[in-house]
Ligand binder design. Structure first.
Ligand code: HEC
Length: 117
């Protein structure tokens, strides 16, 4: 009886370990990517591109170093702050991505800044 109990515990432990192992291997990586769909580039392409690619309503165009320089000079914290709050009238709060976390917005800003220096 005790022996069966011990071997059952062994099976449970090895299943748990197998579960952990597989989530770190190839298949697991795919799942992780799906549950975190917002890289900076993806967030930009989905929410920011519509204004920041063409410079709609005076938005600083990605790739236009001249219009980004004075903004970049404010530092990343200030850019994140104005992105979260928005800048009336052109820049909507959170760049219209209400589901984005502050970190995801910061990554999207990094993506834009890196391409605009
Ligand atoms: C509806 C158009 C629109 C969308 C969508 C948009 N922006 Fe903007 N954004 C603007 C405009 C216009 C400005 C310029 C505002 C100004 O300085 O008057 C701006 C400015 C900015 C700035 C500079 C802020 C500063 O302090 O100088 C950052 C950073 C920025 N946007 C990030 C983003 C991010 C990140 C997204 C997507 C999550 C986004 N924007 C989506 C229109 C947009």
């Amino acid at each position: 009886m005790v022996g069966r109990y011990v071997s059952l515990v062994g099976v449970v432990i090895s299943l748990a370990l197998a579960g952990c192992g597989s989530s770190e291997s190839g298949g697991g990586a795919g799942q992780a990517a799906e549950s975190a769909p917002h890289s900076g580039e993806q967030t930009y392409n989905r929410y920011c591109f519509s204004c920041h690619a063409a410079g709609v309503a005076g938005a600083p165009k990605v790739g236009d170093a001249e219009s980004w320089a004075p903004r970049i000079a404010k530092g990343p914290a200030a850019l994140l702050q104005s992105t979260i709050a928005g800048i009336a009238p052109g820049m909507p709060a959170r760049g219209l991505c209400t589901s984005c976390s502050d970190d995801q917005l910061a990554e999207a800003i990094d993506f834009m800044v890196l391409r605009s220096q």
